[in-house]
Write a protein that binds this ligand. Structure first.
Ligand code: PGA
Length: 252
């Protein structure tokens, strides 16, 4: 954690959430946040696209931001089932995740595709969260840092800046498994990402680098204390305000 970078705790709901229960979770999060007069962190929820408009309305006037989980690279056109970044923005989103490993694996998204999507998010005026992370085979093969370098260099838009771009380091093998890297391993990858960013951006020191993968209330404090960890991208433990709040509390 650093003084100069405001932490961001982001929830990725993935393909979970129906309207009634989702609105209740946002209301509960609002209530908890209100108890802190000036929260010392940013809070983001990325629900399924079907819930963005409703949750953006439910979060209005609070410090909770709403984001998408993916976007198409184009602003409009014949792309059945896809959603443009401009549409996310129109529905009330202020952020968008791109390059999540589930998208990279399930939808064959390459670094070039992720970069085009990140550019689209920025074009639409959204803050983009670009995800990177190695698989278990890559880690076991000693390739973690080279894979991360490749993803950072080739997934980030040229126009990325600290104000509009966040990196999320999510080791694929830690997502939804209950396993996490050691704080030393997290520190090594985050320092490596920071060094890569230096070569790509003028304001690299101000870019927030989130850790993601099995973050929960019981391990968040340890992970958030690691140098160059500026927040978390949380899957399973973000679905219920009661589970998400203890993670927020570690940086608030
Ligand atoms: P998890 O997911 O917290 O359930 O491991 C993290 C993510 O995929 O963003």
């Amino acid at each position: 954690m650093s003084q100069q970078r405001r932490p961001l705790i982001a929830g990725n709901w993935k393909m979970n959430g129906l309207a009634a229960a989702a609105a209740e979770e946002i209301a509960e999060l609002r209530r908890l946040l209100k108890e802190k007069e000036t929260p010392a962190c940013d809070v983001l929820i990325c629900p399924p696209a079907t819930l963005i408009a409703a949750l953006a309305a439910a979060a209005r006037g609070s410090s909770i931001a709403i984001g998408g989980q993916d976007c198409h690279a184009n602003a409009s056109g014949a792309h059945t089932g896809d959603i443009a970044a401009e549409m996310l923005k129109d529905a009330g989103a202020t952020h968008c995740i791109v390059g999540h490993s589930e998208r990279r694996a399930d939808h064959g998204e390459t670094n070039a595709i992720v970069k085009a999507k990140a550019e689209a998010a920025l074009r639409a005026g959204l803050t983009v969260l670009v995800c990177v992370g190695e698989t278990l085979a890559e880690r076991d093969g000693g390739k973690t840092l080279s894979v991360i370098s490749d993803q950072v260099k080739n997934s980030l838009p040229q126009v990325a800046s600290a104000a509009t771009t966040v990196i999320a380091y999510e080791p694929v093998w830690a997502i939804g498994t209950g396993k996490t890297p050691t704080p030393e391993d997290v520190a090594a990858v985050h320092a490596h990402i920071r060094a890569e960013l230096k070569a790509l951006m003028n304001d690299s020191e101000a870019v927030r680098i989130l850790y993601g993968g099995s973050v929960k209330g019981s391990n968040a404090a340890e992970l958030m204390a690691v140098e160059n960890v500026d927040g978390a991208l949380v899957g399973g433990a973000s679905l219920k305000a009661a589970d998400f709040w203890p993670i927020i509390e570690t940086v608030i």
